[in-house]
Write a protein that binds this ligand. Structure first.
Ligand SMILES: [Zn+2]
Ligand SMILES: [Zn+2]
Length: 335
């Protein structure tokens, strides 16, 4: 089979590999749709602690079961499925506290290789985080399960209320997915970004107000500040700026990850006297994934509009070159 390997930064090669063999409780999946993601781009541009080079990469996918291992229940050869690339162990200290997104093995045991013709799906994923794809959902929509699960976790961490006014900063796929989910809950949402086309897309997804970085977005709240602010850029200067837009007693969700070791410094007066809450959100729990399956199945979100083009596996480098130039949101790869 063919598999795209990230050899080193800025270098992808398509490598002939044996089709993975599967063990008991595992499943061999033929990949039908894979999506590029910001994490993949970070790995491509400057390496990423969770993506080993040289090695297979890509983690947003859907496909058809080619083979099932012994003792697999509920799935058979030929089933179309949607899935995410991790599942918690259920046994570590964090799992015992119900903090499944912080499970100690998650980062060590990720299924990478969505940009391949086949992948072996591990037993824990098969058991907890793989689902039948409904027929009315296309494979490319089903491949959004992973990024959408992250968003669902972010929303569940933010705990938005119907009366809230929320500002999203960032118009990449994450910001635009966040926007769509919050709008589906009937919340008023403003969004800030630098790219005109992406802001226009945000408007078509129902954004109540759009802002460029040099605008003052507080006019939408009559100067008060937003109930909640969601940082979706993963840029240090934006992390720092986010706190300027939240009202007293409000919450800033720092959703776009910064490199570990990066230090950020906030005004103690705002944190203390204005009672600002800063929250992080990472990954998702199996409950978040189940919620994301429901959202995708409801067809409420415009997922296909986040796909800026489609490529075959051999053209994967082209997709990453475009992403490196800031062109497009996500690309669909059909191996
Ligand atoms: Zn992703
Ligand atoms: Zn665990």
């Amino acid at each position: 089979m063919k598999s795209a390997f990230l050899i080193k930064t800025n270098k992808i090669e398509i490598i002939e590999q044996p089709i993975p063999s599967i063990k008991e409780n595992e499943v061999l999946l033929k990949v039908k749709a894979a999506l590029t993601c910001g994490t993949d781009l970070k790995a491509y541009l400057r390496g990423h602690p969770l993506v080993h080079m040289p090695g297979p990469f890509g983690h947003e996918l859907s496909g058809v079961i080619e083979e099932v291992g012994e003792n697999v229940n509920g799935f058979k050869k030929g089933d179309a499925v949607m899935l995410v690339h991790t599942a918690p162990c259920g046994e570590c200290q964090y799992c015992k506290k119900g903090l499944f997104n912080l499970c100690e093995i998650l980062k060590k045991d990720m299924m990478l290789g969505a940009f391949s013709q086949y992948v072996a799906v591990g037993s824990r994923i098969v058991k907890h985080n793989m689902f039948h794809k409904p027929e009315h959902i296309d494979f490319e929509e089903a491949a959004f399960l992973e990024p959408l699960s992250c968003i669902v976790h972010g929303v569940n961490t933010l705990l938005p209320m119907k009366s809230d006014k929320i500002l999203i900063i960032g118009t990449g796929p994450v910001g635009l997915l966040f926007l769509q989910v919050l709008k589906s809950l009937g919340i008023e949402v403003a969004i800030m970004g630098r790219n005109k086309n992406k802001l226009n897309l945000a408007e078509s997804f129902g954004a109540d107000k759009i802002y460029y970085p040099h605008d003052n977005p507080l006019d939408f709240t009559d100067g008060l500040g937003y109930d909640k602010v969601v940082e979706c850029t993963g840029q240090k200067d934006v992390w720092l700026k986010s706190i300027n837009f939240v009202r007293k007693g409000g919450t800033v969700l720092l959703f776009g990850g910064l490199k570990a070791g990066t230090e950020v410094c906030y005004d103690a007066g705002r944190l203390h006297y204005d009672e600002i809450t800063l929250k992080g959100a990472f990954h998702y729990t199996p409950a978040d994934v189940k919620e994301a399956v429901k959202i995708i199945s409801s067809k409420k979100l415009k997922l296909k509009e986040l796909i800026s083009g489609r490529f075959s596996l051999s053209e994967l480098s082209l997709a990453f070159e475009k992403l490196s130039r800031g062109e497009g949101l996500k690309y669909l790869i059909e191996p």
